[in-house]
Ligand binder design. Structure first.
Ligand code: HEC
Length: 115
């Protein structure tokens, strides 16, 4: 294989691991109607994306565990009853989909269109 092909391959792998996984996470977030309870900035039924981003910034792995139901909520544990059924809804997601979702949620406040 030529060096150029290896370079292109590495580039594609990197962009699918970083750039595009956020986009995929956003798609999942929107397709499961998570936005119903999670707005960008405003605290509504659930914490805003800003708040989730603040709590989980740099802790993407913790967020993956939370989304898989392996770790307890840290933001509003007293309201977990409203969120728990949502975790059941996403239980069938593949590993890379959960990761993409966690990437989106832990960085959403860095990428807001209005900033
Ligand atoms: C019916 C309203 C509702 C919907 C729909 C909803 N959530 Fe939540 N979510 C909540 C509430 C309430 C909390 C606060 C309780 C808590 O912190 O566990 C929460 C908390 C969270 C948290 C923070 C967990 C923590 O550590 O405290 C994450 C992450 C999250 N939701 C992701 C999602 C995702 C992803 C979806 C879509 C699949 C979703 N939510 C859909 C109500 C909702």
């Amino acid at each position: 294989m030529s060096k150029k092909l290896i370079f292109i391959g590495a580039f594609l792998i990197c962009s699918s691991l970083f750039g595009d996984s956020r986009e995929k996470g956003k798609e999942i977030f929107l397709s499961y109607d998570c936005k119903m309870c999670h707005q960008d900035k405003a605290e509504t039924v659930g914490p805003s994306l800003d708040k989730i981003g603040m709590f989980y910034s740099g802790k993407e792995n913790d967020l993956v565990s939370y989304l898989k139901g392996q770790k307890k909520a840290i933001i509003y544990p007293e309201r977990a009853a409203a969120m728990d059924p949502q975790l059941i809804k996403i239980r069938h997601l593949m590993d890379d989909e959960v990761r993409a979702l966690a990437r989106y949620l832990s960085t959403a406040y860095n990428y807001r269109e209005d900033m």
